[in-house]
Write a protein that binds this ligand. Structure first.
Ligand SMILES: [Zn+2]
Length: 94
């Protein structure tokens, strides 16, 4: 599961949205980076929001890092499947 937070800080009010979705590695990163960009642009416009947004932004960066450390999509299984369906691998130089 990917938990992503975006923060909107305004002088008179602040708001955070948190979404938790089951996403693959790539779409999870996309979601996190999108919310991170949102927070970086719009999260600072209040006194309290500066403090809140530091936490939001560092949390998002940690989440992106964590997601990047996941094993990449199972390329081996796909390769094995295609090898099994065509056992003779043609030699390009022959
Ligand atoms: Zn996906």
């Amino acid at each position: 599961m990917v938990k992503s937070t975006r923060h909107l800080g305004l002088i008179w009010t602040g708001r955070s949205w948190q979404t938790t979705r089951l996403l693959c590695r790539e779409h999870g990163k996309k979601q996190l980076k999108g919310d991170l960009a949102f927070s970086l642009f719009l999260g600072w416009w209040g006194i309290l929001d500066i403090i809140i947004n530091i936490r939001v932004v560092s949390g998002q960066l940690a989440a992106v890092k964590k997601l990047s450390q996941l094993a990449p999509p199972d390329v081996v299984a796909v390769t094995e499947g295609s090898v099994a369906s065509s056992p003779a691998v043609p030699d390009a130089e022959a």
